[in-house]
Design a protein around this ligand. Sequence first.
Ligand SMILES: [Zn+2]
Length: 199
Amino acid sequence: MRAEFPDFRLGSVLATSFTGTLSERHGDAVERIPVPHRLVDWLAVYGLDVDSCTTAQLDLARELRESIHAAATAAALQDALPASAVRVINARSAQGRAVAILTPEGERRWRLGSDSGSDGGVAFCVEDALGVIAADAISVITGERDGRLALCASPTCRAAFFDTSRSRTRRWCDMNTCGNREKKARFQANRRKGPGPAE
Ligand SMILES: [Zn+2]
């Protein structure tokens, strides 16, 4: 029987969705890629299909994830980027061999540089996928994309997220989780106060 693993929280921005695979960093942390095959599952959701993943590759992935989290948090706070995080992001970016391919349907696919294009091409490995994620993080952190890095308002979360709302006033990493919980907490706090004097 397959063990149950925590669900993924999927966002539209690759790099910050990746950092979201560890959530509630300031509360009861939830590791959403606890075993190598869950990283394989997560990558597949974003079109980065890999054949296999070792525990060493999972460690590499988590190191990159925490580096992106540290750098994105610093960028959101307009602090200096931590040198060690920058080093890891650059190392993973340099190691990846993925090539962006434009399909006739106008979509982007990722392919290995050495793949001649036939179906039996060389498989993507975890390092190639991490290279794509690292490059995405660089584009977000440098501010070359339309949006703003911000930190989730939930005190147990504080995830870095990429706000692409028109007003740039999004407060939570995810409306369905952190946003909803905050709303519920406020509602219950109001109820506990009971019916106060008529206003
Ligand atoms: Zn959050």
